[in-house]
Design a binder for this molecule. Structure first.
Ligand SMILES: NC(=O)c1ccc[n+]([C@@H]2O[C@H](COP(=O)([O-])OP(=O)(O)OC[C@H]3O[C@@H](n4cnc5c(N)ncnc54)[C@H](OP(=O)(O)O)[C@@H]3O)[C@@H](O)[C@H]2O)c1
Length: 226
């Protein structure tokens, strides 16, 4: 079974539909608005920052099936640090890092019972490179990169793996909030001169699911950006 958060977002929606079409048993969670369509009928509303909601959600999951958790929910906030709003800054950490942790913490006991689990987080190249105005976002994604190292150690003996995909820039989702002239500048730094097709993220997730010895790792998926 696949659990995927943020199915209203560009990448989450792409992945949800790809797994749905491939016939996988999948539970999607959305935040504010339920997407329209038959495939979303069993999807669940979930604010990942609300740990009570996350815990009730995890109790509704059958412990019989092998679980892959894909954490796609995330937000960004663009501001130079010295001008930033403290609450907005903290909210990015709350969603991207603490919210992701909430899901992982709630689902791990089920995985440990099953002696199997795959946890995959969508992190970002920004955590390694730094980009103007993204101190909150970079800190939240760098936090994920540290967090998985401990969780990998804690759960390897139960055949549970946890990995991040450090994404570059993709054709769907958050990129649409970036002004066109900045998009062109970013493209000029990518070896392929274009943003990534989200099918590459799907393929990487399948690789991680199939590779039992891969844990505590961050896979760079960025089209050769410099
Ligand atoms: N697109 C890229 O090129 C790129 C690059 C690097 C990393 N990433 C990462 O990949 C992931 C998906 O990105 P995306 O581009 O698909 O972003 P997106 O289109 O902005 O979607 C993000 C999703 O997160 C949900 N969300 C926000 N706050 C939430 C909360 N408190 N609880 C539950 N869900 C919440 C949003 O739902 P609502 O709209 O309903 O709030 C939205 O569906 C993110 O973690 C992002 O940081 C993306």
């Amino acid at each position: 079974m696949i659990i995927i958060t943020g199915i209203n977002g560009g990448i989450g929606n792409y992945l949800f539909n790809s797994f749905y079409k491939s016939g996988e048993d999948i539970i999607g969670t959305y935040h504010l608005n339920k997407p329209e369509g038959e495939q979303y009928k069993n999807c669940i509303q979930l604010d990942i920052t609300d740990n009570n909601q996350v815990e009730s959600f995890s109790k509704s999951i059958s412990a019989e099936e092998k679980i892959t958790l894909i954490n796609c929910a995330g937000i960004s906030y663009n501001s130079f640090a010295h001008k930033s709003n403290v609450n907005e800054w903290a909210n990015v950490i709350n969603v991207n890092l603490t919210g992701t942790y909430n899901l992982i913490r709630a689902v791990l006991p089920l995985m440990r019972e099953q002696n199997y689990g795959r946890i995959i987080n969508l992190s970002s190249i920004v955590a390694q490179t730094g980009v103007l105005g993204t101190s909150a976002y970079a800190a939240s994604k760098a936090g994920l990169n540290g967090m998985i190292k401990s969780i990998a150690l804690e759960n390897a003996q139960k055949s549970i793996t946890i990995n991040n995909i450090n994404l570059g820039y993709f054709k769907v989702g958050m990129i649409n909030t970036v002004p066109k002239e900045i998009q062109e500048k970013i493209k000029s730094k990518i070896a392929f001169n274009e943003f990534g097709d989200p099918q590459n993220i799907f393929n990487t997730i399948q690789y991680i699911r199939d590779t039992a010895y891969l844990t505590g790792s961050c896979i760079d998926l960025n089209g050769g950006i410099v």
